[in-house]
Design a protein around this ligand. Structure first.
Ligand SMILES: Cc1cc2nc3c(=O)[nH]c(=O)nc-3n(C[C@H](O)[C@H](O)[C@H](O)COP(=O)(O)O)c2cc1C
Length: 211
């Protein structure tokens, strides 16, 4: 199906709440003074411009997951994980039709806390799309590329367009707040990314329901 045809089916006004696609925005860092909580509201604002979806921010600080230590792998059918935070986290991942990962670059990859959160879950990620907002010296590009490879193993579809916020510290004032208008340059790319994400979200949701 043509992109424009599918978009006109899903991207429009008057979409009933029950038909809206649901996005989880995942904040991938937890340290004091983290930039993820500065850019998180900007990502939310970009998502709010799309009337065909709902969203929720998942802040890993609110899901203090233990390090993965189970005998059974998340992809196995027999995983009686009893940890309450793991159960809550898994349920949140299950609710989504699509994900936006907001990730810094730590040592040319994603933060360990994000990798651990990804590792705990398997079927709930499957057959869903993912998009990326990265930041760091090179806009989190190397972290995003690692995350794309991880997403393959999780049977996810990743979208081409990403938001790369280069040298984000140059956009912040002395208090660490993002200077007014500093992220405007990324808005167009963010909307392209969201268009791609919502296209895949609708296509894969339909396919999952039909399977
Ligand atoms: C452990 C660690 C490793 C880092 N490694 C990189 C790196 O490889 N590339 C990069 O561009 N920035 C790197 N940085 C700088 C981060 O991009 C920057 O500190 C960013 O604000 C971290 O994200 P956060 O504030 O959300 O924690 C690193 C920072 C930390 C704490």
């Amino acid at each position: 199906m043509e992109l424009s045809t599918l978009q006109s089916k899903v991207i429009g006004y008057n979409v009933p709440m029950s038909k809206k696609l649901h996005i989880k925005i995942i904040l991938g860092s937890i340290r004091d003074g983290r930039f993820s909580e500065k850019i998180g509201p900007w990502v939310e604002k970009q998502v709010q411009k799309n009337t065909t979806c709902t969203y929720e921010v998942l802040d890993l600080r609110e899901y203090p997951l233990p390090f993965f230590d189970q005998k059974e792998t998340p992809s196995s059918k027999k995983k009686p994980y009893t940890n309450e935070v793991v159960a809550q986290w898994t349920e949140k991942i299950k609710e989504a039709d699509a994900y936006i990962f907001v990730t810094p670059e730590y040592d040319r990859s994603i933060p360990g806390v994000l990798k651990n959160a990804v590792d705990w879950v398997y079927p709930e990620w499957n057959k869903k799309p993912a998009a990326f907002v990265g930041y760091g010296t090179v806009g989190g590009a190397r972290a995003i590329e690692h995350l794309r490879m991880i997403a393959v193993e999780l049977q996810m579809a990743t979208v081409r367009q990403a938001v790369n916020v280069f040298a984000h510290w140059t956009l912040q004032d002395e208090k660490g707040d993002i200077q007014p208008g500093a992220l405007d340059q990324f808005e167009r790319g963010a909307q392209t990314m969201l268009d791609q994400l919502l296209w895949w979200a609708q296509a894969l949701k339909t396919a999952r329901e039909e399977a």
